[in-house]
Design a binder for this molecule. Structure first.
Ligand SMILES: NC(=O)c1ccc[n+]([C@@H]2O[C@H](COP(=O)([O-])OP(=O)(O)OC[C@H]3O[C@@H](n4cnc5c(N)ncnc54)[C@H](O)[C@@H]3O)[C@@H](O)[C@H]2O)c1
Length: 314
């Protein structure tokens, strides 16, 4: 990417967004972050506050906003993202995914900017096929405890697609699979953060269910690489982004106990309703069209993440 690109990143004070700002700002002309700090943290952006290329708006994307700056890319990340956050803020999550996405699409249209939507593997629900390919329509319970998130993202995808077909907008969608790494909030309730936080504090590690459910975890650097490849891609399309190495939750807990040299014991609690039994991206489309290839193995990514948690949260 050249040095003349201007980005608007909604949700840019969060985990993925702030890591993306770090990556983009060197080669960008301007990076504007718009965030209401619901789950994000301004500290994540501390090092950019005095940079002329950087601008922050404390704004809720559920409300329309007119921006004077020129914008080339709208990167729409603003949404609650962890089960803990979206079940605490269900209506807010639905409004961010629906009204918020329409507002972000409107900014894109007015500025003649390309649009990028951070969608999620959760749109596949509790999948009946594995791995999940982009053509799979999913198995989502519209009334279940995760529905506010899953359905808000499904709406956001439909809205993006409608702006692409109706207004000829350039709109791309990344279905991001479980991503972890530095700058995650230790209290966001996601499995990697829970386990690391419990392990470094020698607390019991809580596994929901018998731990045989699987997930595929993507280190933030690989997810960012996928996002940047999509931002550079010439046509509107949808891609799974993540890592297709699949692991059971039991294996993940043992790995984190081993890497932190923790004395934590594993305890089991009831599996929440609609917790997906398996999750694995089919990355063949991203590999073929974008040349995407995850490079971080789980152990390397976990070591970096654990190191960051030990420095920031112990
Ligand atoms: N981290 C993952 O594993 C993952 C997986 C799939 C999809 N995603 C998607 O990626 C995006 C970023 O996720 P994250 O992990 O960085 O989560 P995060 O909670 O760290 O970041 C989300 C950011 O959006 C902001 N926000 C929320 N509602 C807003 C609103 N109405 N207006 C303005 N800002 C708002 C929050 O304050 C926060 O800074 C989300 O859209 C999420 O759904 C993440």
């Amino acid at each position: 990417m050249g040095g003349s690109i201007r980005y608007l990143i909604t949700g840019g004070a969060g985990f993925i967004g702030s890591n993306l700002v770090d990556k983009l700002i060197g080669n960008a002309e301007k990076v504007i972050v718009l965030d209401n700090l619901l789950t994000g943290n301004l500290q994540n952006l501390d090092k950019h506050q005095n940079n002329d290329k950087f601008k922050f708006y404390n704004h809720d994307i559920q409300n329309p906003i007119e921006l004077d700056e020129e914008i080339d890319h709208v990167v729409h990340l603003a949404s609650c993202a962890s089960p803990f956050a979206y079940s605490n803020y269900p209506i807010n999550t639905l409004k961010s995914g629906s009204i918020g996405t329409i507002n972000a699409l409107g900014i894109s249209r007015r500025h003649n900017a390309k649009f990028f939507l951070a969608s999620t593997s959760e749109i596949y629900g509790d999948p009946e096929i594995t791995p999940q390919h982009e053509n799979y329509w999913g198995n989502v319970n519209t009334l279940g405890p995760r529905s506010m998130y899953d359905e808000s993202k499904r709406f956001a995808e439909a809205a993006t697609q409608s702006y692409v077909t109706t207004h000829n907008l350039h709109g791309s969608i990344a279905r991001i699979f479980n991503t972890y790494g530095p700058k995650m909030a230790f209290d966001d309730g996601r499995v990697v953060t829970n386990f690391i936080h419990q392990a470094i504090n020698n607390q019991d590690i809580t596994i929901f269910g018998d731990g045989s459910q699987t997930r595929s975890f993507s280190f933030i650097e690989d997810t960012l690489d996928g996002i940047m490849k999509i931002l550079n891609h010439e046509s509107s399309d949808v891609f799974n982004i993540g890592n297709d190495y699949e692991i059971t939750i039991n294996e993940l807990a043992s790995k984190i106990i081993h890497l932190t040299k923790s004395n934590s014991k594993i305890i089991n609690k009831d599996l929440p309703i609609d917790d997906p039994k398996q999750r694995k991206p089919d990355l063949s489309k991203a590999r073929k069209i974008l040349g995407y290839e995850p490079k971080y193995d789980l152990e390397t990514g976990l070591k970096e993440t654990i190191g960051w948690f030990q420095e920031n949260y112990k």
